[in-house]
Design a protein around this ligand. Structure first.
Ligand code: ADP
Ligand code: MG
Length: 622
């Protein structure tokens, strides 16, 4: 059966990325070409512009830092950042680099299933703002994805842990300690809807700091004691290869110490005269504990603040979900659960912290319907029918309502056709019974679903003789469970007017998607082909209504004089429409009634700091 849901979920991480698929009620984590469930988010380019992604690129980060990059996720949405590759003399933007990671994950799926992926749910940190979300979608598009709803990482983690609301005020804390960043988020379910109610974090707190502390605090002193090494520090080009090896050995030892009491470290490197240096020592669990402790304490303080900011107490939080590779360190768990030194909240760690976000993304993807392409209907065979279904694929209802329309390729009437839905997952199989297609080619029915699983309904469309026809899709799925709330808008959005006031379109906190129309007036004539008459309307994000220029410019809607056929006199009305979808993507439209023309412009979002004052503000509100 072909699925009409997205099913694939991607954790596009700062350090590592993973792709997973929901198969019925199980999640499959894809292994990459080297057999790992996660791929380092690193890109290397050689002098022939060949790109390598993953472990081999990660190995070059220290060895060849002008040709390998990682952690570009932190720069997503900053339009002026570029990464230069010295061997190939090429540059790449954070979006292009992220697209390479996505392509690599896509290739792993292609190799194993033969499938050419075009839709997947992609996770983003709770703190990602509009330009960063937009950049993530641009990377997905570049990698060949046409449908890619975004999902917040902490919500994905909670979905993997199967957040079921037992009472109305249960909170969970998602504690995500990755390789380069730390994020904490409080989530809550209310009336079956799951949402992030507060979040915080530190983009300079991650597992790699522990690695470097092992290098600088233990390895370097040991080497300096044994040999006379000149200017032996991280960052000195002369010792680049040595420090790359030491860093890799430190990470390796750290990871092994999550399981073993002590480990042996052996590193060998040379200087430019080919003299050999050897580091050979034992690292114990207590060494790691001493080193990790201050970093863990920093993360705990962030959690305390995130909790207190919402006037909650640690006792209000039912459990802490452990996410991110660094949470595998035993002493981190000890400290975190300790009532004195940590939070004293029970920890939940039954899912593997490096893949739990991708897992949750896949579960969510299983509830997201792929919209049929409109040109699909032109490619129907004689006995094929397309179904336009209208239903929610996840909800709290055991008997959800489903309506639809049958579309055939020919004008033939669907009289005496009927449709039946069969729950192939329930035992015994549940059948809806044959439902007659009405004179408008439509039908309505209720389904029956079982709890705790993805219910897959086979669809059987039969003609007047009872022959089963081919339908697209041929099945639908439904899960009883929580749904994701329409995410709230983090900042207010409006347009800057000529008097530097903000005309508010959307107030912070409203739920998405949303659409609003407001009428403005032009303040000068716009003459056809007079480029200087073009209107640029700044769209801003922020809370300052009196001074638009104090807000952050996120883009502008441009009405170019070259697109105007007749003069629009000053004082003419412009209808401005702004739409924001649930992935926080913005679209703007302007309509000028006097010339009956519409201007559609998906606004350009960037984190670039352009001052609004630099832009002409060309409108005043009606
Ligand atoms: P991100 O979300 O930033 O992509 P991950 O969740 O993939 O990061 O975590 C990567 C970090 O986890 C790295 O610093 C890595 O060294 C660390 N890590 C992975 N496995 C272990 C382990 N068993 N013990 C300790 N740290 C680990
Ligand atoms: Mg992560």
């Amino acid at each position: 059966m072909s699925s009409n849901t997205i099913d694939y979920g991607i954790d596009l991480g700062t350090t590592n990325s993973t792709i997973a698929k929901l198969k019925g009620i199980e999640v499959q984590i894809f292994k990459n070409n080297e057999g790992f469930e996660f791929t380092p988010s690193a890109v290397y380019m050689d002098n022939k512009e060949r790109i390598q992604v993953g472990r081999r690129a990660k190995e070059q980060l220290e060895n060849d830092p002008e040709n390998a990059y990682s952690e570009f996720k932190l720069q997503m949405g900053s339009s002026d950042v570029e990464f230069a590759f010295s061997r190939s003399k090429k540059t790449m933007t954070p979006i292009e680099l992220s697209a390479e990671i996505l392509k690599s994950l896509k290739a792993d799926v292609k190799l194993q299933t033969g499938e050419d992926l075009t839709s997947a749910v992609i996770t983003v940190p709770a703190g990602f703002e509009l330009p960063q979300c937009k950049a993530t979608q641009a990377a997905a598009e570049m990698a060949g994805f046409t449908t890619c709803p975004l999902l917040m990482e902490p919500i994905a983690a909670a979905m993997a842990y199967g957040y079921q609301s037992t009472s109305d005020r249960v909170f969970w804390l998602v504690y995500d300690f990755g390789g380069g960043t730390f994020d904490a988020a409080i989530i809550q379910v209310r009336d079956g809807i799951i949402e992030v109610i507060n979040h915080g974090g530190d983009n300079h707190l991650g597992g790699k700091l522990i690695d470097w502390e092992i290098v600088n605090g233990i390895f370097v002193p040991a080497l300096v004691k044994k040999y006379s090494l000149e200017k032996f520090y991280h960052g000195n080009v002369k010792w680049r290869v040595a420090f790359a090896k030491l860093k890799a050995a430190a990470e390796n030892a750290k990871i092994r110490l999550s399981r073993e009491e002590d480990v042996e470290v052996n590193v060998e490197f040379k200087d430019e005269k080919n003299a050999i240096y050897e580091l050979s020592l034992e690292l114990s669990k207590s060494d790691l504990e001493r080193i990790a402790q201050p970093f863990v304490s920093r993360s705990i303080n962030i959690c305390k603040k995130v909790i207190a900011d919402k006037r909650l107490k640690t006792g209000d939080i039912e459990k802490v979900l452990l996410v991110g590779g660094t949470t595998l360190i035993p002493v981190l768990r000890e400290l975190l659960s300790d009532p004195e030194r940590g939070l004293g909240i029970p920890l939940e760690s039954s899912h593997y912290p490096l893949t739990v976000v991708a897992e949750g993304a896949a579960i969510f993807a299983g509830t997201q319907q792929i919209k049929p392409m409109t040109d699909d209907r032109n490619n129907l065979e004689a006995n094929e029918y397309m179904l336009e279904l209208d239903y929610n694929s996840v909800g709290t209802d055991m008997e959800p309502l489903l309506g639809g329309k049958v579309i055939g390729n020919k004008e033939a009437s669907l009289k005496d056709y009927s449709i039946e839905f069969i729950n192939t997952v329930s035992r015994p199989e549940w059948r809806s019974g044959k439902i007659r297609i009405n004179s408008e080619s439509g039908f309505v029915t209720t389904l029956w679903a079982e709890k705790g699983k993805t219910n897959v309904f086979k669809i059987e469309l039969t003609d007047l003789k009872g022959t089963v026809q081919i339908t697209k899709p041929d099945s639908v799925s439904y899960t009883i469970g929580m749904t994701i709330d329409a995410p709230p808008l983090i900042h207010s959005i409006g347009v800057a007017m000529a008097n530097n006031e903000t005309d508010l379109f959307f107030e912070k906190g409203i739920s998405l998607p949303s659409r609003k129309k407001q009428i403005h007036k032009t303040i000068h004539d716009i003459r056809p082909n007079q480029e200087s008459d073009s209107i640029r309307i700044p769209v801003v994000e922020g809370e300052n209504l009196k001074r638009a220029s104090r807000n952050r410019l996120i883009g502008y809607l441009e009405i170019s004089a070259s697109n105007i056929k007749r003069t629009v006199p000053a004082g003419s009305e412009i209808e401005i429409v702004i739409e924001i979808d649930s992935s926080r993507m913005i679209k703007t439209k302007a309509y000028i009634p006097i010339i009956d023309e519409e201007f559609e412009e998906v606004i350009e979002l960037s984190k670039q700091k352009i001052s609004i004052d630099e832009l002409k503000q060309d409108v005043k509100a009606e």
